[in-house]
Ligand binder design. Structure first.
Ligand SMILES: Cc1ncc(COP(=O)(O)O)c(C=O)c1O
Length: 452
C-alpha cells in the first residue's frame, strides 16, 4: 500500500479550521485544550452539533464517532437531557449548591442498581479526579506505598498514572516485566518509583510481580478493556481478582470508558467480576462533567468526615462542583433512558451492523482492516492478529489506519485519527448507511493508492 505523507485534501477542505488553529495558538497553548486533541496538520474546529452529527467551521458535516471521547451516549442535544437540565433551572433555580441535594442520592441509587459493587460512592468532576481519589483511598486503606498499573492503560492526567501510557518500545523493557516510562516531562521521580507497570493479559507475569511486591503494592488499577476495545481474557481478569485478593491488594476497575458502554453495568457485569473500587465518568454525566468513585463501603468510609479524630486520619476529598445538579440531572436522564427496554440492546445491535458492514467492505476491497471491541465501542485496526496488550498496539503499522482516517474525514466520518469509535442512540440506520458509504469510498481510494 502507498505510503501517505501529507493529507493535502484535508487542509484544502478546511481553510477556516486551519486559520482558527493559528489564531487559537496565540493564547491557547498549542491551540488545544488537551494534548490528545491535537493531530497533524491541525485539528478540526467545530461550530455546531446535533444528534449524531458535527459541523466544522468550514461547514463540512460529519457523522460523529468521537462523541466527546465516548461521553455522549445519547448523541448531541438529546431532548431528554435538554429537558432534565432545563428542569434543574426551572425547579431548583441553580446550577450548583456546593452542598447536598436530593438528586445526588437519586443518582447514587441508580448507579448502585447498575453497579452493585459500588456500595458507597463519591462524585467528582472528571475521570481523572475519580482515579486519583480511588488510588489515594486504596493506599490509605492498605497502608502501602505503591500503585500497580498496566502498560498502555490511560487513567487521566495525574502523576501516579502518567506512567507507561504510550511508551516507546525501545524504552519499555521486557514485555513480562515492563519498565516505568514517564508520559510527561520531568515527572517527579517519586511516581516512577512508586508506580509498578504490569503486562495486560499476562497472568503468570502479573502474579510474579505482584507476589514479589505484595508488601509495597496497595492497589492495582486497570482498564478492563484496554483503551476501551481490547478485552481482558476472562481467565486473566478472574485470575487477577483472585491473586489481588490473596495478596491483600485492592483492585480498581477504571470504567470511565467502559461504564454503560460494554454493558449498562460496565465491564464488571460483562466479566462477572467485582472489583473493590470502580471509577466511572463520561456517559454517566450525560454530556456534563462528572466522575464517580464507588466500591466497598469500608474503603469509601475512610473518607467520611464523621469519623472522630484529626483531619490527617481521614482521606481527603472535596470539589466545588462535586455532585452538581446539572451533571446529576443529565446523568440520571441518560441512565434512565438507556435502562428502558431494548434501548441499549438496539444500540449494540446497530454497532454490530456497522462493524459487520466495515469488515465486509474491507474484505471486498482487499484492505487489511478488522474491527475489535464489545458493546457500543470498537476500533478499526490494520491487522489480522489477535490484539491482547499494549505491545500489540505499539507494533501496529499506524500509517495505514492514519491514511484511512484522513479519507474518512473527507467522506464525512469523524472519530479523530487513530481513535476508537463509539456509538450513540442517535446513530440510526441512516447514519450507519452514510458511514458505510464513507468507508467504501475510503477503502476504494486506499486500494487504488489515490493520494490523499
Ligand atoms: C479509562 C479512563 N480513565 C480516566 C480518564 C480521565 O477522564 P477525564 O478525561 O474525564 O478526566 C479517561 C479519559 O478518557 C479514561 O478513558
Amino acid at each position: 500500500m502507498k505510503r501517505y505523507s501529507t493529507p493535502t485534501r484535508f487542509a484544502e477542505n478546511r481553510p477556516l479550521s486551519a486559520s482558527f488553529f493559528k489564531t487559537a495558538g496565540t493564547h491557547i497553548a498549542g491551540g488545544v485544550n488537551g494534548n490528545l486533541r491535537y493531530f497533524t496538520p491541525f485539528p478540526i474546529t467545530f461550530k455546531k452539533a446535533k444528534d449524531a452529527w458535527l459541523v466544522d467551521l468550514d461547514g463540512n458535516p460529519y457523522v460523529d464517532y468521537l462523541l466527546s471521547y465516548g461521553a455522549l451516549m445519547l448523541g448531541h442535544g438529546h431532548p431528554v437531557i435538554k429537558e432534565a437540565v432545563q428542569n434543574v433551572w426551572d425547579q431548583l433555580g441553580t446550577s450548583a449548591f456546593g452542598a447536598a441535594h436530593p438528586m445526588e442520592w437519586e443518582m447514587a441509587l441508580e448507579l448502585h442498581k447498575l453497579y452493585p459493587s459500588m456500595e458507597k460512592m463519591r462524585f467528582t468532576n472528571s475521570g481523572l479526579e475519580a482515579t486519583l481519589f480511588a488510588l489515594r483511598l486504596g493506599l490509605a486503606f492498605t497502608g502501602k506505598t505503591h500503585v500497580g498499573k498496566f502498560e498502555g492503560h490511560y487513567h487521566g492526567s495525574h502523576d501516579h498514572v502518567l506512567v507507561s501510557v504510550n511508551p516507546d518500545l525501545d524504552q519499555a523493557g521486557n514485555p513480562t516485566a515492563p519498565e516505568a516510562v514517564p508520559e510527561t516531562l520531568r515527572l517527579p521521580d517519586y511516581y516512577l518509583k512508586h508506580t509498578v507497570v504490569l503486562p495486560f493479559n499476562d497472568l503468570p507475569a502479573c502474579e510474579k510481580i505482584l507476589t514479589k511486591m505484595k508488601d509495597q503494592i496497595g492497589i492495582v488499577i486497570l482498564e478492563p478493556f484496554q483503551s476501551g476495545y481490547i478485552a481482558a481474557d476472562q481467565e486473566f481478569i478472574t485470575g487477577l481478582r483472585d491473586i489481588t485478593k490473596q495478596l491483600d491488594i485492592l483492585l480498581v476497575f477504571d470504567e470511565v470508558k467502559t461504564g454503560c458502554r460494554i454493558t449498562l453495568g460496565g465491564a464488571q457485569q460483562f466479566y462477572h467480576v467485582q472489583p473493590d473500587l470502580t471509577a466511572l465518568g463520561k456517559v454517566v454525566g450525560g454530556g456534563f462533567p462528572i466522575g464517580v468513585v464507588g466500591g466497598r463501603g469500608d474503603i469509601l468510609e475512610f473518607s467520611s468526615p464523621q469519623h472522630a479524630g484529626k483531619h490527617e486520619d481521614i482521606v481527603f476529598h472535596s470539589g466545588t462542583f462535586n455532585g452538581n445538579p446539572i451533571s446529576m440531572a443529565a446523568g440520571l436522564a441518560t441512565i434512565r433512558y438507556l435502562s428502558q427496554s431494548n434501548r441499549f440492546e438496539d444500540m449494540v445491535h446497530r454497532t454490530q451492523m456497522l462493524r459487520k458492514g466495515i469488515e465486509t467492505l474491507a474484505q471486498d476491497y482487499g484492505v487489511p482492516f478488522k474491527t475489535i471491541g464489545e458493546g457500543t465501542i470498537f476500533n478499526v485496526v490494520a491487522t489480522n492478529r489477535k490484539m491482547t496488550n499494549y505491545r500489540d498496539v505499539a507494533s501496529l503499522q499506524k500509517e495505514t489506519r492514519m491514511a484511512l482516517d484522513y479519507l474518512l474525514m473527507d467522506h464525512g466520518v469523524y472519530s479523530k485519527p487513530l481513535n476508537r469509535f463509539s456509538l450513540s442512540d442517535a446513530h440510526g440506520k441512516r447514519e450507519i448507511e452514510i458511514t458505510l458509504d464513507g468507508f467504501e469510498r475510503s477503502f476504494s481510494k486506499l486500494k487504488s493508492n489515490i493520494p490523499l
